[in-house]
Design a protein around this ligand. Sequence first.
Ligand code: ASP
Length: 610
Amino acid sequence: MMRTHTCGELRAEDIGKHVELAGWIRFSRDHGGVLFFDVADAYGTTQVVYDPEGISEGADRERLEKLFKSFGRESVISVHGVVRNRVPGTEDARNPTGQVEVMIEDSKLLNSSKPLPFEIAEQKGSLLPSEDLRLRYRYLDLRRVQMGNNLRFRHRLLSAARRALDAEGFVEIETPVLVKESPEGARSFIVPSRISPGSFYALPQSPQLYKQMLMVGGMDKYYQVARCFRDEDSRADRQPEFTQLDIEQSFVDDKDVQAVVEKILASVWRSVYGKELKTPFPRITFYDAMHRYGTDAPDTRYGLELNDVTDIVKDAKYEIFQRILGKGGRVVGVNVKAELTKATPTDESAVGRNEVDRLIEWAKSQGMGGLTWMRMTKDGLQSNIVKYFPKEVTQALEAKLGAEDGDLLLFLAGSEIAALKAGGELRRKLARDLKLTEGKDHQFVWLVGCPLFQKDSLTGQLEPFHHAFVCPTAGHIGEDEDIWAIQGMSYDLVLDGSEIGSGSVRCHDPAVQRRIFKLMGMSDEKIEREFGYFLEALGFGAPPHGGIALGVDRLVSILLGCESIREVIAFPKNKKFQSLMDGCPDTVEEARLAELQLLCLAGDEEEKNE
Ligand code: ASP
């Protein structure tokens, strides 16, 4: 046995015990010949001491002292010794083992460490090295207490979710990772087949079609902690591979799926936080989310709701608004309540003139053109432009925005979507600047009532709002229906202003599914080639079914308050989707390409450029 205890285990009750510990040397110091080592493992840190005066008679001091000299930072050692009280005044109250130390009787070097690329011990005020350096040596980064804790929290959350799903009768089923390429909104990674040259598998963007076919197969309740792959351009805080808690159920409607998710999350909450989670989560329609919060992923932990004041300000002689309204634009207002800015009535100290000027600059830097402001005083609304607003207009604005003494009213103008989105950005900025979410409980919201289709922002072509498998709310699409007005039976789960899940009731009728493919502009041949097998499956008595996928990386990172999902993934890719530790993506030898009967043009290009 290499250890009797972990490095996080010893307490005052253990004083006098002979123990064996094993771990890494995080710190060492020499106090006049008495050597102190902080030995750390996954569970904590224990101070061990070599005191030449206190060591037992038979010990080989010379060997031990020589050995200690060979101990470098992060060497891995084992220690045999006796637990004792620390000298009064040297206890460390922040460390659970901080009352005791282990007097070394004997020790062994299990493995030495090369000089470290960065400091592993978290010291007060120590700054993290660059992320690229951390990812290059991720295994060392994982030794840091914070990273270890992040991964353990993720494990606890997932195992609680598994237990809850199990209790609900869900069956964990693995679906393939080598799949047929299926357009699901993003680009798939493709994998060449050696034994069928010229043919390719794809890596799944999600197990969507397989989980639906599991329902056709009568599996009734499925889940999987599924790895998904999307070959997208690198974007802030995305990964080319990510993990979803993927769920599908037969004979359910949208409310049933939402209820199951709420039950699972409530159970996770109980197990991870020991707290009750308030369910059911509030529901908000896509229309309301856009109009009240300027986003389809609203953060409802704070107010600052948007109000469309177009009909009120149309009577003002204010040139900027007039110009935008003349082009069919809208004006959106936000009331920053005096108590949010911690201003006392008519005290401009918190969001004062300087801050308002800075907000205006910020709005311009976001391409918003500008920001109009007014402040509520005892004498009504005041600002440098209030003279262009007749009394009835300012009074109507006060009423609509609920303005009280000291409140700051901010207005954004533009096309409807631009003004709303700018309002959404402004809310986020104010919440950050005024620290409005500090100390607030997490808030889940269901986003419902989304359109089934949207226009591709570049081509203007019809594309699914979520994906092609969402069932229209009516269950079918009428011949003369206004396509843009159709809503889907979909629901997104939003946590603290980030989408962490997306799901829907699916089309189980192959005719409805085919109609959607056709509306997306697919020819019969293309439908047959890409989805023929799937439509065929739906035709063999597919039950009504629905499901959802929760983004595990994002959920965990929000709950831990991390800046990035990379903080909760053991071996993530960097922002350019490279793995710096093992150097992938990488070139492959010509012989491998030949085996696959592939020609690599990128390599030729490089040669040409040299
Ligand atoms: N397959 C969907 C996705 O990955 C989730 C779902 O509809 O269940 O976004």
